[in-house]
Design a protein around this ligand. Sequence first.
Ligand SMILES: [Fe+2]
Ligand SMILES: [Fe+2]
Ligand SMILES: [Fe+2]
Length: 430
Amino acid sequence: MLRFVRVNLGNLVLSLSDAMDLASPLLSQHQQRTAFIAWELGKDARLSEERLERTFIAALLHDIGASSLEEKVSLRNSEVEVLGHHCERGDVLLNSVPWLKDSAKIVRFHHKGWNAWNDLSESIETPVVLESQILNLSDFVERQIDRSQYILHQHEGILTRIKSRSGSMFHPDVVDLFFAVSGREEFWLDLVSPRLYSLLLHNGPFRKTEIDLSEISSISELFRNIIDFRSRFTATHSSGVAAAASMLSRIFGFTEMETKLMEVAGDLHDIGKLAIPNSILDKPGKLTKEEMAVIKSHTYYTYSVINTIGGIKQIAEWAAYHHEKLDGSGYPFHCSADDLSTGSRIMMVADIFTAIAEDRPYRQGMPREGIIKVFNQFSDRQQLDPKIINLLIENYDEIYSYVNEKQAIARDFYEKQFAFLGDVMKLEVR
Ligand SMILES: [Fe+2]
Ligand SMILES: [Fe+2]
Ligand SMILES: [Fe+2]
């Protein structure tokens, strides 16, 4: 039984940031590298520890508002700074977590050039101006790196391009800071090192900061929204799974803390979908064999992202085994009944229940009789646990209305705060 959960904040944010960038070799470590540059610049600017931390978090999560993998790739490769929506969306998302509000503002302005601040008569001394300028330059530097070339064969060209934007896109002081920190080859070699994750983990700002379950759960809710809001068709799916899983585990007799952990696992169960292109996720109708093979990796990533955080292996299993079956026919781990704990069995049922009960673009949600029939078939084939299925059927109305209530809250947040940003979907290349 789990009694006590604490994780390292640095490891948590690094792992989640990494998850957002693991989708494509064109993106890998983009936010981590940006955070490394911002951290070096912040240290050299002698920012207070608090400002350094909020800049570091903002940098690690700065593209959080880019909804699709396709959009993220186009942002990294874009020369033109016109893609403002992801900044506003990032601000809205981070603002939902009280202690990330300061980072939210930095993210909002991470593509605002110095001349735009200057036109508003803003001073570089103002915290959010300096921090967002640091992030602006850090992101620019990372996007200048040609991943097919050795870094010390290209760093001088990058410096020239920065210099030519001094006083326009970047404040001259921030450019000077960058020249000061990048004078050593070590800086560039660290920047592109495959070991950057552990470098930031062991030397970065949060190496000693531990957070407890309530903070873990506020971050898991944030990521739940990032996962769900990628597509309006599944904008409330993880909210529904988290609600169903926590309610089922409470009825089963899990402790208060275990129930809360099931909710976190439900929030994050599809985090590996961040690695899957929207063209596959949003495809109406049946997937091809090749597309299905891509989909199969999502729970593999869910496991590795959560397990890398350290100290919450149990949550990693509960979250990542939701496509497994008791007879070993699930994917991608092909767990047997012995590998599947009660928590995992609950998540398997919660995921299927939520998925078939909710409307999708290509079909309506299934009514109660249909859902019960589907679960009885799973039970007959010995693929899902009959005990959990019985719990679901016996408490159907209570679970159904709780899931609906939580999904309505998520839908409301999505529509009020997020979908209003007009062409969210148009930016996505399908
Ligand atoms: Fe950006
Ligand atoms: Fe970026
Ligand atoms: Fe899934």
